[in-house]
Design a protein around this ligand. Structure first.
Ligand code: ADP
Ligand code: ZN
Length: 759
């Protein structure tokens, strides 16, 4: 908490500090806790300084060596961070240097000379280089008096960015018994804080913890339905303002930027995989206010000093509250109001879960790594799904008390989070469906039964006779999906891990089923019941379009010599003229459009609608909602390369593949060649890397292919086919390679994430 200056503070020292800050940096005042932190540095009293992102931590270790004419050492995890800081300091005439692997020989010599001449006040260095024997000896000769450990949470396994090399800093205390050690971090819970103190053996440290709450930020967590359209809607509230959209993967940043640009937003993508020239150009354009919106992986933010970012959007959930705090921290640094919107889907949590397990395989202690990361993930997921004040949740998470009862700046306090009235009944229906299915199926299948999907598999298994079959058929499957995942988050259901996760009941399920425990389900954004009365009403229906579609219906009916209503009912035509779908995907959501009708008429109707609406300047792809329209999809343009061209057979094939159907089965149902279907599956895998490949390839074959590809270091099909004794089909090889590729790029996303330690 903020503390008043201590009465015993030496005022002449304070004056020297203020003078230095004023003359070198041009700042007139110090920010909260900076004075205390600088005093600790001057007095060489160990300290742990926890200030939020943008709180001004660097100044705290920059001032003391300047005033005392000594050279302090700063440990920093990333070269880019060191370089940025050294550059910024040099601009102020502050002599500093950084030692890292990308120095030229000339630079290295110059730094050595400078150190001999004692010209530098700060020396930045990475932890692994610092602890190398040679360098330690050298620094001991230099009589270093003080070390600053930046991003000190990296030393803790409980932190969100554990770096094993930080552990070696434990030696500093023994090697430099007379030097003081000062730890700095933006994000540390009590546990991490204790860990830092212990690991660095800090001696009665002065622990200075700033206020974490950012009252000028308004937080919103919104269930994800159509993340691109939803993002566009938010950005339109911030026309001509600076916005950062955080995406999970590099591919996502590009797709999002393309979508936004197609809709007239001044947007660009940014990720670590881009050429550095292009990356710098984007960063400069954003800093220079020529670019409004950056769609980025978390790699973006280092060295970004645009203080008027008015909105930070998370198009996918970060893996910890620490990351969330850090990334949203980039909004409203100027103290003016800013908005932070996170689009949440429980599927995102599962994706992280997989990534965590996957990347833990490479760590020294996978179990401990998984445990720590999973705990962080649980916290952020609960933060997203609970209807509790966001400011309060964040503040309490960082171990502080929150005094206000109504923050007035979050979706919960602003009453934007709607609880479904009949939550408990809905939960009971879902739970009894899981029970009836013998707790043996995955989320998707449970949803199929709840909404009464009439598929071959369901009929074969006889599940269409269950009492819970179709029991929630008034909801879209997306909505049902979300509700099931909410129950999982609440612990009322559980999902097993492994390749074929199934949904099971828990202790809590039983008390909910017995009516002993009420459940609160947050209303998903696009919840709407397609009841008769609503689809038949004229609300939102474009009459002229309705007439136009009626003509089209007439043509088809005449062609097939059937009554018009056999093609589509009036209710369906009205719903079409209300939602105006231009993609088969959107059309599938329309009342009365099943897979067969979609295949037969989807293309013709979506094209007719698109043409008509363009000619008459009418909005398309509207998402109607019983409680008013939640996603106002005004003027949305989907980039050409995307899913804009209707291809109903492909959509159908994709749906069947998502269900795990065999290639031959899909080929037969859609009338496409098996090789075409295999191609679709490769596409699907690239888009949804978490898809279960073992539906098509057994574990042993998968391993055989991967080990052959690794051994040969070759991804060409022919040599692999031969290496596998021509026993494995080309299709299977292709699938496995596509899958491992997708896993790999999902993981390189994870390393983008881990580079984000900047504040
Ligand atoms: P942190 O490392 O805590 O995220 P920085 O040290 O990067 O924060 O500081 C954030 C910004 O605030 C920088 O632009 C810095 O120059 C500025 N700053 C730091 N201290 C002050 C101050 N006392 N007055 C004005 N600006 C400050
Ligand atoms: Zn609130």
């Amino acid at each position: 908490m903020m503390t008043e200056p201590e009465p015993s503070a030496d005022t002449s020292t304070d004056r020297r500090i203020l003078n230095a800050v004023h003359s070198v940096w041009g700042f007139d005042t110090l920010r909260p806790l900076q004075m205390e932190a600088i005093r600790a540095g001057l007095a060489q009293q160990d300290s742990l300084v926890v200030l939020p992102t943008g709180g001004g931590k660097s100044l705290c270790y920059q001032v003391p060596p300047l005033i005392t004419d000594r050279m302090d050492v700063v440990v920093s995890p990333l070269i880019s961070l060191m370089r940025d800081q050294v550059d910024a300091l040099r601009q102020n005439g502050y002599p500093a240097a950084a030692i890292h692997s990308s120095l030229t020989t000339a630079e290295r010599d110059r730094i050595r000379q400078g150190m001999r001449d004692n010209v530098f006040r700060l020396l930045f260095i990475s932890p692994e280089r610092l602890v190398s024997a040679g360098f330690m000896n050298y620094l001991q000769q230099q009589n270093i008096r003080s070390f600053a450990i930046d991003e000190a949470h990296c030393i803790s396994q409980w932190g969100h960015d554990f770096r094993p090399e930080y552990r070696q800093l434990a030696q500093l205390r023994d090697r430099f018994p007379n030097a003081s050690v000062h730890a700095y971090t933006a994000t540390a819970t009590e546990r991490v804080r204790a860990d830092i103190v212990e690991r660095l053996s800090l001696r009665t440290p002065n622990v200075l913890v700033g206020t974490f709450d950012r009252p000028n930020l308004t937080y919103r967590i919104i269930p994800m339905i159509d993340v691109e359209a939803q993002t566009l809607e938010v950005i339109r509230r911030h026309a001509n303002e600076a916005v950062i959209v955080y995406c999970l993967s590099r591919k996502d940043t590009e797709a999002m930027a393309e979508f936004l640009a197609a809709n007239g937003v001044n947007a660009a993508a940014y990720h670590a995989g881009m050429e550095s020239v292009r990356r710098c150009a984007v960063q400069d354009a954003f800093a220079g206010e020529q670019l409004d919106v950056v769609c980025a992986t978390v790699a973006f933010g280092m060295g970004i000093d645009r203080s008027n970012v008015r909105c930070v959007i998370h198009a996918s959930m970060p893996k910890s509250i620490e990351h969330y705090q850090q990334e949203t921290g980039r909004a409203g640094r100027d103290g003016l109001e800013a908005e932070c919107v996170l689009f949440y889907t429980a599927a995102g949590v599962l994706r992280w879960d997989r990534l965590i397990r996957k990347s833990a395989e490479q760590s020294d202690d996978p179990d401990a790594t998984i445990r720590a990361a999973t705990e962080l993930l649980k916290h952020i997921s609960a933060f997203c799904t609970m209807a509790k004040c966001r400011h309060r949740s964040l503040t309490e998470y960082f171990g502080q008390k929150y005094d206000k009862t109504d923050c007035g700046a979050c979706d919960v306090c602003l009453n934007e989070v709607e609880i479904m009235e009949d939550s408990t009944t809905i939960a009971q229906k879902i739970l009894s469906c899981v029970a009836r299915l013998g707790q043996q199926f995955g989320v998707k299948y449970v949803v199929d039964i709840l909404r009464g999907a009439n598929t071959e598999t369901v009929r074969q298994r006889g599940h269409d006779t269950l009492s819970t079959y179709g029991i929630l058929n008034q909801w879209q499957d997306k909505v049902l999906n979300q509700l099931v995942y909410q129950l999982i988050d609440l612990g009322v259901l559980q999902r097993t891990s492994g390749d074929r996760p199934i949904v099971q009941l828990t202790e809590q399920s039983r008390s909910v089923l017995r009516g002993e425990q009420p459940v609160q389900l947050v209303k998903p954004a696009a919840v709407f019941k397609t009841t008769q009365s609503q689809t038949e009403s004229w609300e939102g229906v474009d009459h002229a379009l309705f007439d136009h579609l009626r003509e089209l219906r007439k043509t088809y009916a005449a062609e097939r010599s059937v009554p018009a209503y056999v093609i589509f009912s009036d209710a369906t035509l009205r719903d079409l003229a209300r939602r105006r779908p231009t993609t088969t995907q959107a059309m599938r959501e329309v009342h009365g459009v099943g897979v067969k009708k979609l295949a037969d008429f989807g293309e013709a109707f979506t094209i007719a609608i698109a043409e008509y609406c363009t000619a008459h300047e009418i909005d398309v792809d509207c998402d109607a909602d019983a409680a008013g329209i939640t996603i106002t999809q005004v003027d949305i343009v989907r980039p050409k390369s995307g899913r804009s061209r209707p291809n109903p057979e492909k959509e159908r094939a994709m749906d069947m593949l998502r269900d795990g159907a065999a290639l031959a089965e899909v080929a037969e149902a859609t009338g496409r060649a098996p090789s075409t279907i295999a191609g679709y599956l490769c596409e699907l895998i690239a888009d949804e890397p978490t898809i279960d490949i073992h539906n098509w390839v057994d574990v042993a074959t998968y391993e055989r292919i991967i080990s052959a590809a690794t051994k040969m270091n070759d991804q060409h099909l022919r040599p692999l086919f031969e290496a596998l004794n021509e026993q494995v089909s080309y299709e299977t090889i292709k699938l496995v390679l596509a899958h491992s590729e997708a896993q790999f790029s999902a993981n390189s996303t994870a390393d983008d994430q881990s580079t984000s330690v900047t504040n």
